[in-house]
Design a protein around this ligand. Structure first.
Ligand SMILES: O=C(O)CCC(=O)C(=O)O
Ligand SMILES: [Fe+2]
Length: 311
C-alpha cells in the first residue's frame, strides 16, 4: 500500500463486525429499502437521456483542460435523488458504512443522465473504474470531507490534447455548501506544482496562494468531475448546517487506453449483487485499509472484504 491509502477515511469497525453476515444476503438489502431494486443488470434501463448541448460540453472540456475540473447543472431528477438519499440514510441507520448503498440499482441507473457528458469528455464506450465511496458528512463540528489531496492513483493520465483520460466523478445527493462541507479546489492553472504531479504522484501542494482556493457550493443532482492531479478537499462541516452533505464518487476512463486498474466495468453490462458486493468491499479495503489494519477486529473485517473481493 502506498502513502495514498493513509489519507483515507475512517469506519466504525466494531459495529461493522457484527453486521457483516447480513451484508451477504440480498434479501436483507431488499427489505431495508423495499422501494429500491437490486437486479443483475442495473444499467438495463440505460438510455441516452438528456443529451448535453455542444456549447455546454465545449465549456466543460475547456475548463477541464485549463483548471482541471468542471461542474454540470442539476441533471439528476429529484425523484432519483430522493431514492438515492433514502437508500443511503437507511443503510447508515442500519449501522453500515454508507458505501453499502451501492448495492442498489438506482446508483447505476443514474448513468443515463451522465452518459452524454462522459461520452463527450472521454469518448465512446468509456469505462467505469469502480473505486467507490459514499460520503456522508454529518452536521456537526466533527464532520468533514476527505482531507486535502490529489486523487493521484494513476500517473500520466493527461492526453496530448490536455484532456484527461481518467476522471473522478462526484455526485451530490444533498446540496453541498461551505456550511455542510462542500468541495474546495485549487484550479490546476493556479498550482505551481500541478505539472510535476502528473508525472510524480507523491507531489505535494505547498506553493499556492490562499486566494486561489475556490469553494464549490453545489446543488443536489449535479455532477462534478476532475482529473487525477488537481488538488482538492471536502471541508469541515458545522453544527449550524441544516442538512448532511451526501455524495458518491468513482472514476471513469477512456476505452482506447489500457485499463488503469484491476477492475474496469463496461457500461452497460451485467453487474449482479455478488459483483456489486465485491466492488463495495474492494472500495472499503482500498480506502480504509490502514484504519482496519490498526483496529483489533481488523483481521475478521479484512478477511470478509478479501473473501468478497475475490468473487
Ligand atoms: O467528498 C469529499 O469530501 C472528497 C471527495 C474526493 O476527494 C473525491 O471523490 O475525489
Ligand atoms: Fe479526491
Amino acid at each position: 500500500m502506498t502513502e495514498n491509502f493513509i489519507l483515507r477515511k475512517s469506519i466504525g469497525e466494531e459495529e461493522l463486525l457484527t453486521l457483516l453476515p447480513k451484508a451477504e444476503n440480498i434479501d436483507y438489502w431488499l427489505a431495508l429499502n423495499p422501494n429500491s431494486t437490486i437486479s443483475d443488470q442495473p444499467f438495463q434501463s440505460f438510455s441516452k437521456l438528456s443529451a448535453v448541448k455542444k456549447e455546454e460540453l465545449d465549456d466543460y472540456a475547456l475548463q477541464l483542460r485549463e483548471e482541471g475540473y468542471f461542474q454540470t447543472s442539476e441533471l439528476i431528477p429529484t425523484a432519483t435523488i430522493q431514492e438515492m438519499r433514502s437508500c443511503i440514510e437507511n443503510v447508515k441507520k442500519a449501522g453500515f458504512p454508507p458505501t453499502f448503498a451501492l448495492v442498489y440499482d438506482v446508483f447505476y441507473q443514474a448513468f443515463s443522465h451522465f452518459d452524454s457528458i462522459f461520452t463527450g469528455i472521454l469518448g465512446a464506450n468509456y469505462k467505469l473504474i469502480p473505486n467507490f465511496w459514499v460520503y456522508y458528512i454529518e452536521t456537526n463540528d466533527d464532520g468533514k470531507g476527505f482531507e486535502p489531496h490529489r486523487d493521484a492513483e494513476y500517473e500520466n493520465t493527461i492526453g496530448p490534447d490536455g484532456m484527461p483520460t481518467v476522471i473522478t466523478f462526484w455526485i451530490t445527493i444533498t446540496e453541498a455548501t461551505p456550511l455542510n462541507s462542500c468541495m474546495y479546489m485549487l484550479p490546476a492553472n493556479r498550482d505551481p506544482q500541478y505539472a510535476d504531479a502528473i508525472k510524480n504522484l507523491k507531489t505535494k501542494a505547498t506553493q499556492f496562494a490562499l486566494e486561489d482556493i475556490r469553494a464549490l457550493p453545489t446543488k443536489a443532482g449535479t455532477i462534478s468531475c476532475w482529473n487525477q492531479y488537481v488538488f482538492h478537499w471536502g471541508s469541515r462541516s458545522s453544527k449550524h448546517a441544516k442538512s448532511p452533505r451526501i455524495s458518491y464518487a468513482a472514476y471513469c476512463q477512456r476505452a482506447d487506453i489500457p485499463p488503469v486498474d484491476d477492475k474496469v466495468i463496461d457500461i452497460p453490462s451485467v453487474l449482479d449483487f455478488q459483483t456489486r458486493l465485491s466492488l463495495i468491499c474492494r472500495g472499503l479495503y482500498r480506502y480504509s485499509y490502514v484504519n482496519f489494519e490498526q483496529s483489533n477486529q481488523a483481521s475478521t473485517i479484512l478477511d470478509f472484504l478479501k473473501k468478497h473481493m475475490a468473487t
